[in-house]
Design a protein around this ligand. Structure first.
Ligand code: NAD
Length: 356
């Protein structure tokens, strides 16, 4: 299976989103986001999400062309309800308005609740960083069965609740920490299942709470659970993502009194801070760069070739994949094509989009 160039993948997503009923602007947001996730190396959050999105659309659990509703504006706090709108458009607009406010006041807390999947959270860090903003994001995942076992649990009680934070950099390469609080994201287990490869040891337990590396049963039936990263510490962060991301924003939590419709609802609490409000940005950038250089100067430990900073693997993947295209395995591509075809797009049109 040859790699697919990014512009062809974008066109494929545009076809899908238009057929789902999205406006041209929304379709573009979805395409930009999903392809950027693939380019940054996160196939779990790229175009491989399309079959899920089409399923959610058919079930009425994802609503194209939703208008982001401003529910609260205290000046320093903005609360938005996305009412299951396309997360790629809803989160982009929430961040845009948060950045605008932080530029005027120095900082803002933005609550975005009940959005359909908002994808790779690093994308929102990067949107903030490109505008000169520091940002911190706590996110929950609700409306479907829990996927992650917190520390000491033998079954899943939480979603994979991502946390992300980042700082802008004078040279345009922001420091971006962006991670699921489970050892691996669910989509990575899906990609491993599709490729027929094991997940890393310590990432998964089976339905009896025993360690396993075979993702098949878990991905196909959701029996078993991903483990929280970093034992009690990652587990604690995952619980904070649930409480800050959803309980505090008025979003749906994963607590069982919320009906689970097998959708994907993300709620996110973001703190956005104008870096220039903290002081001289040249000094800040110089100190941040010095910290990075100091860390990277350590002799690599056995088994490591070099030391990378948060966000570096994604930057490198971007450079590589922009040049060489994005590898999409056959099973994922077949699933994506079938999902788009179910919206009435012809096989010939899909072939044309892929340049075949
Ligand atoms: P990951 O483990 O690949 O990376 C996590 C972080 O570690 C990144 O900031 C990365 O730059 C850094 N990193 C990776 N390898 C490194 C190395 N060798 N040295 C130094 N730093 C390194 O990411 P993940 O936890 O698998 O998450 C994947 C994606 O899934 C994220 O983009 C996350 O936002 C997304 N996600 C989204 C949802 C949702 O519901 N929207 C849920 C869960 C996860």
């Amino acid at each position: 299976m040859p790699n697919i160039p990014a512009d062809r993948l974008s066109y494929l997503v545009l076809l899908a989103a238009r057929a789902m009923g999205s406006s041209e602007a929304e379709a573009q947001d979805v395409a930009d986001h999903l392809v950027a996730a693939n380019l940054s190396g996160h196939d779990s959050h790229g175009v491989g999400m399309l079959p899920d999105y089409v399923r959610l659309l058919h079930a009425g659990l994802l609503v194209p062309n939703q208008t982001l509703a401003l529910v609260v504006d205290t000046g320093g706090v903005l609360v938005f309800d996305a009412a299951r709108g396309f997360g790629q458009a809803m989160a982009k607009e929430a961040m845009r308005r948060g950045i605008e406010r932080a530029r005027a006041t120095g900082s803002v807390a933005v609550a975005l609740r009940n959005s359909a999947h908002i994808g790779r959270i690093g994308h929102w860090v990067e949107q903030c960083a490109a505008a000169g903003m520091v940002s911190v994001h706590f996110v929950n995942v609700a409306d479907h069965a829990p996927l992650q076992a917190p520390f000491g649990c033998s079954d899943a009680r939480l979603g994979t609740n991502p946390f992300a934070a980042g700082v802008p950099d004078a040279e345009g390469q922001p420091l971006v920490l962006d991670m699921a609080t489970s050892t691996i994201a669910f989509g990575k287990a899906r990609v491993a299942r599709n490729k027929g490869v094991p997940v890393p040891a310590g990432a998964l337990i089976d339905e009896h709470g025993r360690p396993t590396t075979d993702p098949t049963t878990y991905v196909d039936t959701r029996r078993g659970a991903l483990l929280a990263f970093g034992a009690h510490k990652g587990s604690g962060l995952a619980i904070l993502c649930e409480v800050l991301g959803a309980a505090m924003t008025g979003g749906a939590t994963i607590a069982p009194h919320h009906e689970r419709k097998d959708g994907i609802l993300n709620s996110m609490l973001s703190f956005i801070l104008d870096a220039s409000a903290l002081g001289d940005t040249t000094h800040i950038a110089r100190e941040a760069a010095a910290v990075g250089e100091w860390v990277k100067a350590s002799p690599p430990a056995p088994g490591f070739d070099e030391i990378l900073l948060p966000g570096e693997p994604e930057q490198r993947a971007r450079e590589r994949r922009l040049a060489d295209g994005v590898p999409i395995d056959d099973r994922s591509l077949a699933d994506i094509r079938a999902a788009i075809a179910s919206l009435g797009v012809s096989e010939a049109e899909l072939d044309r989009a892929l340049g075949r």
